[in-house]
Design a protein around this ligand. Structure first.
Ligand SMILES: Nc1nc2c(c(=O)[nH]1)N[C@H]1C(S)=C(S)[C@@H](COP(=O)(O)O)O[C@H]1N2
Ligand SMILES: [Mo]
Length: 263
């Protein structure tokens, strides 16, 4: 059984709109999202295409998300969404400390890759202290270490027409009528090559724990938490998002969230 309940999620999301304050445990309230008239929140909720274009124009290709210091880390990263994948293939890997794990890289690439954790950890690494903002109304500052997605893509050599990177995850988040629905996400090539976009295997100077996405999870620091796929098992380069899930580019996007969740 997944310990994640989409109905509860919907309730929390709906609650966010009316709430003037939020009771959160362990993490700071992301106050601006609870304020109806806050321009930042209105910006987030504005036409998604407009937000996307505006951020690209205003902030540019390489604008960095704010980075913090260790003194700013006030609490552990709050585990959210799926925190212990119920899937047998995942459990078997976890039971063996992920020694059998491989990240598959496929789709519109000239070199398909299959990388072990050791191989990923031998690649260039980046560490960054950033704030994770969940759409539910909380945020956490944490230190993330991993391999820049750009380094993985340079090895795989994306084809000319590749426009998006799709992240396929291990975790079943919902059991649908025609089978298990696993979490997935996607970003565009600009975010894929952004210097702070990493596949993280470390959190607060420890090995990334299962609750936060072990053995590998995406960090895409200029967007909201739901974009940051945990339990990544494969990445696929594509020119369109319609073939996946319900066609909107991610599990939560298929259920109404914006594809571009810029903050
Ligand atoms: N595979 C997977 N990735 C996921 C989720 C999930 O349920 N499954 N939840 C998302 C949401 S809504 C958030 S806020 C973050 C939570 O990351 P954390 O558990 O490290 O805080 O993961 C995101 N990535
Ligand atoms: Mo979230």
């Amino acid at each position: 059984m997944s310990d994640y309940d989409p109905a509860r999620r919907r309730l929390l999301t709906a609650g966010l709109v009316g709430a003037s304050s939020l009771a959160v445990s362990g993490c700071d309230a992301f106050d601006m999202l609870t304020d109806r008239d806050n321009p930042v929140r209105n910006f987030i909720e504005g036409a998604n295409g407009l937000t996307y274009r505006a951020q690209r124009i205003l902030l540019g290709r390489d604008a960095l998300a704010k980075e913090f210091t260790r003194a700013d880390i006030r609490q552990p990263q709050r585990p959210n969404g799926v925190t212990n994948p119920p899937d047998e293939d995942y459990k078997a890997l976890a039971a063996n400390d992920f020694r059998g794990y491989r990240l598959e890289v496929r789709g519109m690439v000239s070199e398909k890759l299959s990388l072990s954790l050791d191989e990923l950890q031998a690649m260039p690494s980046r560490t960054q202290i950033t704030r994770h903002d969940c759409v539910e109304g909380w945020s956490c500052i944490a230190e993330w270490s991993g391999v820049p997605l750009s380094a993985v893509l340079e090895r795989a050599k994306p084809a000319q027409g590749a426009r998006f990177v799709v992240f396929h995850c291990f975790d079943t988040i919902e059991r649908g009528l025609s089978g298990n629905i696993r979490y997935y996400e996607s970003i565009d090539m600009m975010d894929a090559y952004h210097p702070q976009t990493i596949l993280a295997y470390g959190l607060n100077r420890e090995t990334l724990p299962v609750s936060n996405g072990a053995p590998l999870r995406l960090r895409v620091e200029r967007q909201l938490g739901y974009k940051m796929a945990k339990y990544v098992r494969a990445i696929e380069l594509v020119d369109r998002l319609t073939p996946f899930g319900l066609g909107k580019g991610g599990y939560w996007e298929d259920r109404g969230y914006d594809w571009y969740a810029g903050i």
